[in-house]
Design a protein around this ligand. Sequence first.
Ligand code: SDX
Length: 427
Amino acid sequence: MTDVAKLDLGDKKIDLPIITGSEGEKGLDISALRKETGYITLDNGFVNTGSCKSAITFLDGEKGILRYRGYPIEQLAEKSSFLEVSYLLKFGELPSKKDLDFFEEKITSFATLPEGITNMLDQFPKDAHPMAVMSATTAALAGFYPEFLKTPLTDVQRDRAFAQMLAQLKIIAAYFYRRSQGKEPRRSHPSLGFSKDFLNMMFFEEGKEIDDEVAKALDILFILHADHEQNCSASTVRVIGSSQANVFATISGGIDALWGPLHGGANQKVLEMLEEIQAAGGDYKKFLEKAKDKNDSFRLMGFGHRVYKNFDPRATIIKKQCDIILEKLNIQDPLLDIARGLETEARNDDYFVSRNLYPNVDFYSGIIYKALGIPTEMFTVMFVLGRLPGWLAQWKEMREDASSKIARPRQIYTGANERNYTPFSER
Ligand code: SDX
């Protein structure tokens, strides 16, 4: 017998089925609520609302747990690679060596861009924000691959979309960066490995080799960003994909949602905030007071999270990586000292502790990107490249779910009641 919750609305009563997830999470199935009672639910920002069932990523915000297909993020960051994690997110299982080689070969086969796309990239102003370039160019790919406009896509086409976008979006990012620096773009050499190939396309200099440990640090950052269940941008991907819009438009929408400073755009804002504190003499306590002041719109960027009400396990790993990379590159970054001071001060401040505000994935990641030579404006592009397999895995999961419906929420109307049109003379 399915457990039910009894909802008594006075003149109406309804049994709401209780759903239990594989980690014991409980939910109320309200799919019959409006039909049976005329009521809907209202939940600003979907704080309490599940939009789907998913088998891809599990978070426990109270315990600081993050797992991709059941594998703890700490183990994947230490032992896996970004492409292996991409395979895991997509297929649900760790690949055999043969399967991973085949997956990587498929990505290699798309290691170029259509000429029309490179022409488009050449037209952007050199100082265009790279996220505008990523979003526009990703959507534009639909103009070059009309076979992806047919719906529904076959399994083969969905597989191809996954591999093609993993290959092409990193080329788009690096191509525009080189152009913005007045340098000749470099072609992709997938045999270098995903992250080393990207860094080589970005920073190629004759006679200089990309350091393997630097490439590994970026690969770990991509792993840490690869998926995060129903965050704002993944939910956006699901909503757009639910209308059967093509995969390029769907991912382009995810890029736009991620750009917001409350979401992935926060990693750029954190660096800018740390630089502002540094320019103001390093007095981070003054900025903490600003963040607590309700009359001040300033927020401590990189702090707080909708789900993690304890530490963000990714921030813990990234913070450790900061020390490793800065030591490896022999960099003393005063911004890291400011970040550490901010974190220590906030952890002892009741405003932050009482609201469970801790560093999130964006708080320390910018310190590493900066050390790797990534320009601040490209930090959120790094988040795009990391999150891409998660978006694509969730899009695939939704498109393959026969019960999936077009996303169309309801509302509670609070506007004018019925009234008649009046001529100018009566207004
Ligand atoms: C990401 O969802 C995901 O999984 C996202 C992500 C992923 O991998 O996809 O993890 C990536 O987006 C990380 C978050 C990056 N954003 C930032 O760092 C921006 C700064 N953080 C906040 O704006 C905020 O914490 C959010 C947006 C992350 C979460 O917002 P919520 O859950 O809607 O929380 P809220 O705004 O309701 O805040 C609750 C309280 C409020 O105070 P009160 O009204 O209770 O007095 O906490 C305060 C807020 O004012 N608060 C902050 C704060 N974050 C929340 N106060 C100061 N500084 C902050 N950063």
